[in-house]
Structures are given as structure tokens and as C-alpha cells.
Ligand binder design. Structure first.
Ligand code: GLP
Length: 241
């Protein structure tokens, strides 16, 4: 694991965007694993800027998103699919048919999840996975638990995640209670992983991940310590608290 401590959110975003840029230039048909939430927004903004300046071409890039709320379609303003289109895809020259976000309205969910992992493999596997982390240590929507799913699965959200994420909904009642998320193995199979965290609310989980001496499914992010190419980019607030 490599830890990079940035001054602030903007520097964290720029460092992450520069790493993604380097990988896209190296492999124009790269398969990216993408995350939603407030954390990666600045990185997307920087990548859009590189595109506007003619420094990046997304025409052959393929993306797979980590997760989606069950019951929300891609037109729902709180869905992750909508977020990705608004925040990133609509501003670059990526082909929308090359952008995969789990379908929150899929009919046969278990079958659908299995096919999502198969599709990732069919496209050659994820070259670079971008991750944020929940305040409770979740990655994607893999919530702290006694056992975690290996592959893409349907999961129940914890009360704390529902509360934290209610800021993206009109009311807490509107937040779905279940989601589809890539599983731990779907994430760990990525050739390279970058995790970003900013702000002091993330400091406890970052500290436990970096300095902890035990891996535990009760802190899903700690499992990333097993990955052979894992970079953590944090701002000073997330690093020092
Ligand atoms: C959400 C998402 C995660 C995200 C995390 C952190 O619930 N499911 O993929 O990384 O929580 O979100 P934020 O970046 O807004 O703090």
C-alpha cells in the first residue's frame, strides 16, 4: 500500500485525476471501476478539464460502476446512474454504451448480479478501480458484517448509511433500504486500486485501516490491505483527524 497525503480536497482530486490520466494514456481502452459520492466529484471535474483541453480521449474507455440503489431507475435524480451521467459521462466523449452502472430496476436480481460480474470479466477485468469509503468503513455498499459477499450482490443498507446518504434525497424515508453492489472479490480482482478519502469524518476509518493490525469484515475497507497495487490518497483532515 502507498499512502499519499494531499493538502486538501482539491489537491487530492488532482493527484487522483493525474493517476487516472496516466493509465488512460497508457491503455486507451482501459476498463475503469468507478465510484459515486462526494469524494470523487473533484477528480471527475479534473478529468473533464483534461478532456476539454484535448489531453484525454475517452472514446475507447469502458466503465463499470460499483453500486446502485434498488428501485431507482437511471432518470431518478438520486440514482447513481443519474449522478454518473450528470457529473461525468455527459461532459466527456465516452460512449454511453460503454458505461455500465448496475440496474436498480433489474427484474431477476440474483441472475442480474451474476451477469454483471461476468460482463466485467468478458471486458477483460477492471484495470483501475476508484473507491471512496463510507464513515463506517464500507466500500461500494459492502457494509460491515460477519460475512461479506464475494461477487456482485443485493445487500441491505445499514441505518447509519441510510442516514448519511439521506442528504442526497428529499427525505430519509425516500432512501432505498437495499442496493446492488460489486462484492469484495469483484473489487479485489481489479489490477490497481485507488481509494480516496477527505475530511475529518473519514479519519477514524482511515486510521484504523492504515495503522490497524487486524483485517476484519467489520471494516470492509481493511480488506484492501491485501491488494498488491493499492494507493490511498487522503487529505490532511482525513489523515490526521
Ligand atoms: C456511499 C457509496 C460509496 C461511497 C461512500 C462514500 O454510500 N455507496 O460507494 O464511496 O458512500 O461517500 P462520500 O464520498 O459521499 O463520502
Amino acid at each position: 500500500m502507498e499512502v499519499i497525503v494531499a493538502r486538501d480536497y482539491d489537491e487530492m482530486s488532482k493527484i487522483a485525476a493525474d493517476m487516472v490520466k496516466k493509465e488512460i494514456i497508457k491503455k486507451p481502452d482501459i476498463v475503469l471501476g468507478l465510484a459515486t459520492g462526494s469524494t470523487p466529484k473533484g477528480m471527475y471535474r479534473e478529468l473533464i478539464r483534461y478532456y476539454d483541453e484535448g489531453k484525454l480521449d475517452f472514446s475507447s474507455v469502458i466503465t463499470f460502476n460499483l453500486d446502485e440503489y434498488i428501485g431507482l431507475d437511471k432518470e431518478h435524480p438520486s440514482s447513481y446512474h443519474y449522478f454518473m451521467n450528470e457529473v461525468f459521462f455527459n461532459h466527456i466523449n465516452i460512449k454511453l454504451e460503454n458505461t455500465y452502472v448496475p440496474d436498480g430496476k433489474a427484474k431477476n436480481l440474483d441472475e442480474y448480479c451474476k451477469r454483471y460480474d461476468e460482463l466485467i470479466e468478458k471486458k477483460g477485468g477492471i484495470d483501475l478501480q476508484i473507491l471512496g469509503v463510507g464513515e463506517n468503513g464500507h466500500i461500494g455498499f459492502n457494509e460491515p458484517d460477519e460475512r461479506l459477499n464475494m461477487g456482485t450482490s443485493v445487500v441491505e443498507l445499514t441505518r447509519s448509511t441510510i442516514e448519511v446518504n439521506s442528504r442526497f434525497f428529499k427525505s430519509i424515508e425516500e432512501v432505498p433500504k437495499t442496493a446492488i453492489t460489486m462484492g469484495i472479490n469483484s473489487i479485489m480482482r481489479a489490477k490497481k486500486i485507488i481509494l480516496m478519502a477527505n475530511g475529518k469524518r473519514k479519519a477514524p476509518v482511515i486510521k484504523e485501516m492504515i495503522n490497524g493490525t487486524k483485517l476484519t469484515t467489520q471494516l470492509p475497507v481493511s480488506l484492501l490491505m491485501l491488494h498488491h497495487d493499492f494507493t490511498v490518497i487522503v487529505d490532511e483532515a482525513a489523515y490526521n483527524g
